[in-house]
Design a protein around this ligand. Structure first.
Ligand code: 13P
Length: 286
């Protein structure tokens, strides 16, 4: 089955596929461990920065090797690709999906570029996620998140037109979530009414929630019930990885063998992925 088939299955069954980002082999191993344990499809995400660090071809080869070796439902998505050129490179390298974040362009330019990307991607069977309004923040601990005002949120009518003209397969919606976690731990206020309206205008497409870290579990369940079929998570995994590594190094000051230091880190990150998979209801769905 392809990525689209799983998103379709999720849509019918009212659950969501998690996208978990990685930039190191240990993070990837942690995600794979959770997937193996829970028989869940997952999307592995790399932002432009993460994919530059890993290498586009190397990310494809790594994911392919796990997919084939262990017969897992793994898919690789470029997260927040900002230009046609970089997205073209990811598609040529063998990514299964690409997210074009054209939210920095004016709306008409976003439509034009998204359309061009869709034409190129669809010829190669690659799924395209579009974005209209920027989802604020970055995937890290943040002192303060700028509150999204009404005009930052996705407008349902604009979403309808964007999808009709570009033919993107899915849309990253801004319904109040943000990338990162605020130091206060404050969770974002999700605009469920807006989600309902967007869903009404875009029912044949897949809706994606970015900024999956730090959202209350009950809100995650509610957005899934209302039609979100893909949820992106990065910050919580980054924090777990970094804190675990710091702790392990502190506990074992004389240990210098990476493969002896890292399993504990992998296991801690994996537990978080497991919890998200269960929360999204994607366990035992392969
Ligand atoms: P978080 O870092 O808030 O989990 O968001 C991740 C994301 O949306 C990647 O596109």
């Amino acid at each position: 089955m392809k990525i689209k088939d799983y998103l379709q299955k999720a849509k019918k069954g009212n659950w969501a596929v998690g996208q978990f980002n990685f930039s190191t082999l240990e993070q990837l191993k942690a995600i794979i461990q959770a997937v193996e344990k829970l028989n869940s499809p997952v999307i592995l995400g790399t932002s432009e920065g993460e994919s530059r660090f890993v290498g586009l071809k190397q990310a494809v080869t790594l994911v392919d090797s796990y997919r084939q070796d262990k017969n897992l439902a793994l898919f690789l998505n470029l997260d927040h690709g900002k230009s046609f050129d970089y997205i073209e490179k990811a598609i040529d390298a063998g990514y299964d999906g690409v997210h074009f974040d054209g939210s920095g362009f004016d709306f008409e330019e976003n439509i034009r570029t998204s359309k061009k990307i869709v034409e190129y991607a669809h010829k190669k069977g690659v799924l395209v996620e579009g974005e209209i309004n920027p989802i604020l923040g970055t995937s890290r601990v943040l002192e303060k998140i700028p509150e999204a005002s009404q005009k930052d949120l996705t407008d349902p009518k604009q979403a309808f037109r964007f999808i009709r003209e570009t033919k993107v397969d899915s849309l990253a919606v801004n319904i109040g979530s943000f990338h990162g976690i605020e130091t206060t731990g404050k969770s974002p206020v999700i605009d469920f009414n807006r989600l309902k309206e967007i869903k009404g205008q875009t029912s044949d497409k897949f809706l994606v929630l970015h900024g999956g870290s730090g959202i209350a579990d009950k809100d995650i369940k509610e957005v899934i019930a209302q039609g979100i079929v893909k949820i992106n998570v990065n910050t919580e995994l980054r924090i777990a990885y970094t804190n675990a590594l710091k702790q392990v190094l502190k506990n074992k000051p004389l240990e210098t063998t990476p493969y002896k230091l890292m399993p504990e880190v992998v296991s801690i990150v994996s537990k978080i992925v497991e919890a998200k998979i269960k929360l999204f209801g994607s366990d035992n769905k392969t």
